[in-house]
Design a protein around this ligand. Structure first.
Ligand code: TLP
Length: 354
């Protein structure tokens, strides 16, 4: 049977709610969450806090809002936030650290996205210098999206938190895909995130919910986060219809991720065999495959040709493409995506298929 088209590898955010999620949404008990009266939201927040072994959690509309609430609470205007050079908080959150929290980002380059203490330490400003902004926060990302979905181990996270805390610096985790890291490493999310001051994770990526992320942390910190969520217009009223899907994503989503990771490995192995493409398959640890094109090739143009042939993906650099696996792409679709790309690479860029 031919695979379904289009094959959408743009992101794991493109999944549609399952029939079970739709049914749970239909049946969801709701109330006004701004008054704390939505029983389904309250259940989701309690369950997230339990899974992450934290005092409390807060349902937010998006990962971006969750990260920016955390940044706002951990910093003061005029401070710096240290992150890895390709971090989502730096490149993809609309300048909100500056716009909303008055902070400057201090992006730190690393060869592979692993922001260890040795990379961080030279960029810290601990004293209030007359010329330099003081460091207010460190942000790690796990998995690291634009570093090819690499998973940071519990030891990696613990080490940064230990050193930062010894200097009185908080550390926030952008754990949009922390369940992918947990699946890849075989370690529970509570263990991977234990030492961080706050954690954001998304229900709306590999776990398959239509909307939503959570912040987890200490009870008093989450109470303050609730206030900042309202400032940002994130008070969602009868959000139980969304939380109902989120609860299913939280309970049943993680089991799906091993298949997504196997599909990403299949893609990586297929891509590595194609001419003009550079990628080291063992570097693909989770559901994100980023690959480089040889000199003279144009990623945006190739993405356009792929889309015309039924494979949707994004250019993440002038010569880099990102393919992301998720519950709505099958093994057959992954195999077909490789075949389609192989066919395009055999044709000169301007040629039309017969
Ligand atoms: N990432 C999206 C795009 O914004 C790039 C994607 O398609 O991967 N942290 C990380 C590590 C993320 O990858 C994302 C989304 C977010 C935060 C923000 O989540 P949302 O989209 O819910 O605001």
């Amino acid at each position: 049977m031919p695979p379904d088209f289009p094959i959408d590898l743009r992101s794991d955010t493109v999944t549609r709610p399952t029939p079970a999620m739709r049914e749970a949404m239909r049946q969801a008990e709701v109330g006004d969450d701004v008054y704390g009266e939505d029983p389904t939201v309250n259940r989701l927040e309690a369950r997230a806090a339990e899974i992450f072994e934290r005092e409390a959690a807060l349902f937010v509309p998006s990962g971006t809002m969750g990260n920016q609430i955390a940044l706002h609470l951990h910093t003061r205007p005029g401070q710096e936030v240290v992150c890895e050079r390709r971090a989502h908080v730096y490149d993809y959150e609309m300048g909100m650290p500056a716009a909303f929290s008055g902070c400057l980002m201090r992006p730190v380059p690393t060869p592979d996205g692993r922001l260890s203490w040795d990379f961080i330490a030279p960029h810290l400003h601990l004293e209030q210098h007359v010329h330099q902004a003081r460091t207010g926060l460190i942000v790690l990302e796990n998995t690291h999206n634009m570093a090819g979905g690499i998973a940071l181990s519990a030891a990696d996270g613990d080490a940064v938190c230990r050193e930062a805390h010894a200097l009185g610096l908080p550390v926030h985790l952008d754990g949009a895909r922390i369940f992918n890291a947990a699946a890849a490493l075989g370690v529970p999310v509570a263990r991977l995130t234990r030492e961080f001051d706050s954690v954001m994770f998304c229900l709306s990526k590999g776990l398959g919910a239509p909307v939503g992320s959570l912040l987890a942390g200490a009870r008093s910190w989450i109470q303050r986060a609730r206030v900042v969520r309202k400032m940002l217009g994130g008070g969602m009223r009868q959000a139980g219809v969304l939380a109902a899907a989120g609860l299913l994503a939280l309970e049943e989503g993680p089991a799906q991720l091993a298949a997504d990771h196997a599909h990403a490995r299949l893609l990586a192995e297929g891509l590595a065999r194609l001419p003009g493409i550079r990628l080291d398959p063992p570097q693909v640890e989770t559901n994100i495959v980023i690959f480089e094109l040889d000199e003279g090739m144009d990623a945006a143009a190739l993405a356009g040709r792929l889309a015309a042939a039924g494979v949707r993906c994004g250019a993440v650099g002038p010569r880099a493409l990102r393919w992301v696996t998720h519950r709505d792409v099958s093994r057959e679709q992954c195999a077909a995506a490789i075949e389609i790309l192989a066919g395009l690479l055999r044709q000169p860029a301007g040629a039309r298929p017969a």
